[in-house]
Design a protein. Structure first.
Length: 334
């Protein structure tokens, strides 16, 4: 279960005793919280590597390796290539953070691609025994792309499936301003796309055909890094007359110039929406919780307090938080 961002922020402010030591603004908190989450996230992999070399236990709830794997399995993904290939070169997914493996779906049984260096590729192709085949394909990985051998006669993004770890989304404590100029927490799910907004002004390829009615579409971004969200498309008289973002699920990580393509509802020509600056989230509203599990809540709070001590220039906070973190680390790794 994820950590509630409001719980962490209010706890941090209470421990800081803001009336005496100083106030940590929402902007400062969001920056620190995002950095702390990323640090803890990266440590999962270092800890996992260390635990593989330590004595193991199969006692329920006591296995450190199982616990660490539970922490980062939330971020595991399997996606096709992010480009529409015309050759045997496939772009990795845009949100890939840690490379795992790649399966070649044109091969017999979708075998895992062996990633080789340029030197190894040359040596393997020279020998009839090690020469790549559909049963034993190989690939070179360079500049966020893989080049697959043997090359097929036709190409599609679904030819390959990347298995990887994505990075956590940035933490955001969203708020509105109250009548006394106080910050009021806004628990609405955050996004980079404006909620309850019409996107018809951003249509670059009008959708045509299809049966009259309304269709809810889960966006698929053909360019850029946006994910999730829902758009309701209305078809009337063979044309798309409305494209509205759902207020309850507005997605994450969209940028100006990203495209959303809708081809459902029997459309003979897909509807393509190219996002403009006016489509994106503005202001301070909407929140994003921590994505790491609530078992890390204590460490998250202590790490933020350590950085907060630097921000408000209170060395006592830095020292107390660092000592507590060191004690927890020593107990965990013992």
């Amino acid at each position: 279960m994820a950590i509630n961002v409001n719980t962490v922020y209010t706890t941090v402010l209470s421990i800081l005793n803001k009336e005496q030591r100083g106030y940590l603004t929402p902007y400062e908190f969001n920056q620190l919280a995002t950095q702390v989450q990323l640090e803890i996230f990266e440590n999962f992999f270092e800890d996992y590597n260390q635990y593989t070399r330590m004595p193991k236990t199969d006692v329920e709830f006591a296995s450190r390796m199982d616990h660490i794997h539970e922490e980062f399995q939330v971020f595991e993904k399997s996606e096709n290539a992010s480009n529409v290939p015309t050759t045997n070169v496939y772009n990795q997914p845009l949100d890939l953070h840690r490379f795992g493996s790649v399966n070649y779906n044109k091969g017999l049984g979708s075998p895992e691609l062996e990633i080789v260096s340029a030197r190894d590729y040359t040596q393997q192709t020279l020998s009839p025994i090690t020469k790549p085949s559909l049963s034993f394909p190989i690939a070179k990985h360079k500049e966020d792309k893989i080049t697959v051998f043997p090359a097929a006669s036709t190409f599609a993004a679904s030819d390959v499936t990347f298995n990887y770890i994505r990075k956590p989304n940035d933490v955001r404590w969203g708020y509105t301003i109250g009548g006394l100029d106080q910050y009021i927490y806004d628990p609405t799910k955050a996004s980079s796309l404006v909620a309850s907004s019409s996107l018809m002004s951003s249509v670059t390829t009008p959708g045509t055909g299809g049966a009259d009615g309304s269709y809810v579409y889960e966006p698929a971004i053909s360019s850029g890094g946006g994910t999730d969200g829902k758009i309701t498309i209305t078809i009337f008289g063979g044309n798309v007359t409305a494209a509205v973002v759902s207020a309850s699920d507005v997605g994450y990580g969209y940028n100006v110039g990203d495209t959303i393509t809708f081809s459902g509802g029997g459309l003979t020509q897909a509807l393509v929406i190219t996002l403009q600056a006016s489509d994106l989230l503005q202001g301070t509203m909407y929140s994003t919780n921590f994505e790491i599990s609530d078992s890390q809540q204590t460490e998250v709070i202590l790490e933020i307090l350590k950085y907060a001590g630097v921000v408000i220039r209170d060395p006592q906070i830095v020292q107390a938080a660092a000592q507590e973190l060191a004690a927890n680390e020593a107990n965990t790794k013992r």
